[in-house]
Design a protein around this ligand. Sequence first.
Ligand code: ADP
Length: 382
Amino acid sequence: MRMKHFLQKVLGNAEPFLPYASALILPTIALFAAIAVSSLTREITPILFFLPTIVVTAWYGGIKPGALSTTVSSVCLTTYLFYLQDFSSIPQIPTLTQVCLLLAEGYLISIAIESYKHTSQQAVYRKKEKEYQTYIAHLEKEKEKTQGEVKARDEFLSIASHELRTPLTSMLLQLQTALNNIQNVSLANFSVANLLNMLESAEQQSQRLTRMINDLLNVSLITTGRLDLEIEETDLVVIVKDVINRFAEKLDREKITLELEAEEKVLLFCDKLRIEQVITNLISNAIKYGNGKPIHGIVGKHNSTGVVVIKDSGIGIPKDKQKLIFARFERAVSSQNYKGLGVGLYIAEHIIHAHGGTISLSSSPAKGSTFTIRLPLDRPKY
Ligand code: ADP
């Protein structure tokens, strides 16, 4: 084990010098090979023994070992040519030509290999650079998205805490006033009508609180993938009419008309309560953002789908926000002007998609919004 470590260390330290060593050793081997072959046949081209050694050294070591190998090969070639002729003779012109040729070829090969490797390495680096740039752009996008989500969540938390506190504070105030009246003011001055008013207001606030808490619960069910549907055969017309009836008092109070154009029956398979929840959200938004103008509803059948349309003539939604408002906690209005948690459409879209349906929006600012739901008439496939 120790020996292995020792060898690894020695070889590791020696690695940078290996090409230089091969620049010395390989031409020497080529020289002996040329001498050995020439003893068998005189018909050899000695340069061909040295060129491969230069190529190998330049390929693995680069230009400097390549040049060294060329120089050593030239010395070896000269030695070989002298060996064949006579040691005492003066170098002949063909001998010098061959050596010069090898020198020129060797240097050129080393330069060519170096520049080829350089270019191919550059191409690899360029490709890698492009890949990194794409990856960085992807990360930047992810970062922006995450920052947007964190901002939306923070805004949601501040809105939610405010929205949840308001009905609680109001309820507390009503109760305190009632208690105060009962304890300190003579009961003769404290009418049943007064008490009834207070209790009704407290009831409304607690209903608002329950709705908000339910919305939050639904968001958590969706994000954890636990929003289950209880599918049964239902009439979509009945669902829509029921929801509108529940709004009758509010519509009356706010003097808003809601006209419904309905087919006689639209039977389909859905989770009744969930679809009621979606329609409730759309109608309550049409009232909230509808500027008190009339609301128009349609329920019917079209191409094997059940269709519900809720159209208002209110504030409308800018084009760039129309997709965004279906995302969690996203809103197209300021929380000072309009109360809300920004989760209703997120829940609605999720419920409709879970039924295999679609929800779409067409809207222009100051002209109003039209939300259209399409639900398959057949049993949803999972
Ligand atoms: P909330 O109403 O509580 O903010 P929603 O998810 O129901 O949450 O709606 C998201 C946003 O979409 C709203 O804040 C509002 O900006 C916009 N919006 C929804 N319905 C309408 C509509 N009928 N008219 C104009 N804007 C709407």
